[in-house]
Design a binder for this molecule. Structure first.
Ligand code: NCD
Length: 306
């Protein structure tokens, strides 16, 4: 499950990536942008999704097809796969390894991808494990920051919304910690503030960060505002969800306080945390961000398979 001399076995956590690997991935993704090739001819990717997805699954499939690979898979795997009959994740993974050369797995349980990797004989890519991590999203997020702003080091990144259950926010913070001079503001109400594991990691790496309940406090100096959806499906206490929902919103008035050279990002889907009136602002980078997922995932699949 580790980085091996410039290559990877499984992709489970953002913690597996270092700067040389990120630089290589982003350079390859830039070269692959808008192209089609044959580097994965004859290879098969299986997508096994136990939770809903639009962008992650389709951009992985698009990436594989653009490199002349093939795809197979199942959505709603809790009901459409033999999980419904009581099959364990391990047994499902053992079988899918016989059908495909790489498995892209999304699961509602934290740790599911790591559990799958233990029995897998082909690379497993974590496409989201409950509130755990979503490493490939954070790769495309970082790739987007570099493309939009020309650098990552030295930036002030405001990560907003649901930082307790939002796996993309958690993975992004891990990757940002690799860059010199990055400063992070975690903007969220207490009930969904970032957890002690991420804070400990930032402390270890001496990355300056602050917690704030209001975007207004930090927006004037933010280079990137990374907004996220409140993960309604992960709350067991409806009262806690009510305290989190709508706490941080971005609308045209918010954009007036954001510097002219900064960008707003979001892993999507959005619900009501970014007003659609923001979409026409050139600093709204979230649709460009989603599009970047294809080239980034092409580069990643090549790294794992070619
Ligand atoms: C995110 C996810 O699934 O974690 N979506 C995505 O992959 N782009 C964010 C979310 O669901 O809010």
């Amino acid at each position: 499950m580790a980085v091996r001399a410039g290559t990877l076995d499984h992709v489970i956590s953002a913690a597996q990536f270092d700067r040389p690997l990120l630089d290589a991935l982003f350079a390859r993704a830039t070269a692959l942008e808008g192209t089609r090739g044959h580097s994965l001819t004859g290879r098969i990717m299986a997508t096994l999704f136990y939770e809903p997805s639009t962008r992650t699954r389709l951009s992985f499939e698009s990436a594989m097809l653009r490199l002349d690979g093939s795809v197979l898979g199942t959505e709603a795997a809790h009901v459409f796969s033999s999980a419904m009959k009581g099959e364990t994740l391990e047994d499902t993974i053992r079988m899918v390894c016989a059908y495909a050369d790489v498995i892209v797995l999304r699961h509602d349980r934290e740790g599911a991808a790591a559990q799958a990797a233990v029995v897998a004989t082909v690379p497993v890519i974590n496409a989201g494990d409950g509130p755990g991590e979503h490493p490939t999203q954070s790769l495309l997020d970082l790739f987007t920051i570099e493309r939009e702003l020309g650098r990552i080091g030295g930036l002030h990144v405001a990560i907003c919304g649901d930082l307790r259950f939002g796996r993309t926010a958690r993975s992004l913070a891990r990757l940002l910690a690799l860059y010199d001079g990055v400063r992070i503001s975690f903007v969220a109400p207490d009930v969904v503030q970032v957890g002690p594991d991420i804070r400990a990691l930032l402390d270890d790496r001496h990355v300056p960060y602050q917690l704030s309940p209001r975007l207004d406090d930090v927006i004037g100096s933010a280079d990137v505002v990374y907004q996220t959806r409140v993960q309604k499906e992960r709350f067991t206490d409806p009262a806690e969800f009510e305290r989190a929902r709508g706490a941080i919103r971005i609308d045209a008035a918010t954009m007036q306080r954001l510097p002219a050279t900064s960008v707003v990002m979001h892993p999507l889907p959005r619900v009501d945390e970014i007003d659609p009136e923001v979409d026409s602002d050139p600093r709204a980078a979230y649709f460009r961000q989603a599009a970047n997922g294809v080239a980034l995932r092409m580069a990643l699949l090549e790294l794992l398979l070619a």
